[in-house]
Design a binder for this molecule. Structure first.
Ligand SMILES: NC(=O)c1ccc[n+]([C@@H]2O[C@H](COP(=O)([O-])OP(=O)(O)OC[C@H]3O[C@@H](n4cnc5c(N)ncnc54)[C@H](OP(=O)(O)O)[C@@H]3O)[C@@H](O)[C@H]2O)c1
Length: 316
């Protein structure tokens, strides 16, 4: 039988799509020499890359209790996160039931910063945000040793896919965010926080970490950071919300995700994303990445002419 310290840390959602937090967490834990069991939904080249990097790769579905039992069994700690999905709450409750049955010494739960403003009397129309709020309640009732991660909007998971094409083609960030301020955080920084917590969870148990970037500013300010990073003019166009909804529908996004994005835009216009939190620096000892650094790092995707040296070191 393996001693406790040799039992792996489970990372769910490890293949990675938009924010790819799970994939980055896997790489950071492996860099620390910690054994990782990486849960993926299917065998593909992403699973092969995780295996090649040294992770034990397991295939399973977070909606299937027997799969969840199989992947958690033998692990000492868990990172729980998956893509924005209509069944998020069901998957969380399934994970909580299994983790209680098996016993783990830490469960790090991905949530959202909007939950900090939510209560029984004050919810939002986003089905994803509501499910995160309910998931947090459920995990609190579970008695599990939970650490809650509440990031604001991701640079990788939102700004890169939703501003990359228009910045590339027209030099414009086109979003219905009005004059509201925002302070996006790099998913790479979110992953650094989660990896630090998983490596040594004891001092963090029961805590909630709110994570933002270093500066809250309106979209003109964000556009100036893009311009500085790309060495060309990028401006902000405050497009009508209905046009944006049409674009999202044309792109064929699932209804759950579309409703979530539409709520995000409404909250931005109401200045509800004007946030500043110190979770990244408090946990990792390093400040979060700025928009300018992020756009420089990913300049190829915004078709920039210059890229600063890389500031993250993620192998996977
Ligand atoms: N994007 C943002 O701005 C933002 C901001 C704050 C918080 N968050 C939170 O961050 C989380 C998303 O993190 P992320 O962007 O890192 O995730 P992601 O990369 O989009 O997804 C992670 C993985 O989850 C897997 N997955 C989906 N359904 C599954 C299932 N039923 N069983 C097993 N695996 C499944 C996907 O597998 P496949 O690739 O094989 O489909 C995907 O690779 C959500 O909780 C979201 O609310 C996001």
């Amino acid at each position: 039988m393996k001693t406790t310290s040799h039992r792996p840390i489970l990372v769910t959602g490890a293949a990675g799509q938009l924010g790819a937090v799970g994939r980055t967490v896997t790489g950071l834990l492996l860099d620390r020499g910690l054994p990782v069991r990486a849960m993926v939904r299917r065998e593909d080249e992403r699973a092969a890359a995780l295996r090649a990097a040294g992770a034990e790769v397991v295939v399973g579905d977070l909606f299937e209790p027997a799969d969840v039992y199989r992947v958690v069994n033998g692990c000492r700690r868990v990172y729980f996160g998956m893509s924005v999905s209509a069944g998020y709450l069901e998957a969380t409750v399934t994970m909580a039931a299994v983790a209680r049955e098996i016993g783990v010494d830490a469960l790090v739960n991905m949530s959202q910063m909007t939950v900090s403003q939510m209560s029984i009397q004050n919810t939002t129309p986003s089905p994803q945000q509501r499910q995160h709020w309910l998931s947090e309640q459920t995990l609190a009732w579970s008695g599990l040793p939970v650490v809650t991660i509440r990031p604001t909007v991701f640079l990788e998971g939102f700004f890169l896919p939703l501003t990359g094409p228009s910045v590339r083609d027209r030099g414009r960030i086109e979003l219905p965010f009005g004059r509201g301020k925002t302070n996006p955080v790099a998913a790479a920084d979110v992953a650094r926080v989660i990896a630090a917590v998983l490596a040594d969870p004891k001092p963090h148990l029961g805590r909630i970490y709110e994570l933002t970037g270093p500066r809250s500013q309106d979209m003109d300010g964000i556009a100036r950071e893009y311009s500085d990073a790309l060495n060309r003019e990028v401006t902000y166009a405050d497009i009508p919300p209905d046009d944006w909804v049409r674009q999202l529908k044309q792109a064929g996004l699932p209804e759950h995700l579309t409703k979530h994005l539409v709520t995000m835009a409404e909250l931005n216009r109401a200045n509800r994303y004007d946030r500043l939190a110190d979770g990244v620096e408090r946990v990792t000892g390093q400040p979060p990445m700025s928009v300018r650094e992020f756009v420089s790092l990913h300049a190829d995707k915004f078709d920039g002419r210059q890229s600063l040296s890389k500031t993250t070191n993620t192998k996977i």
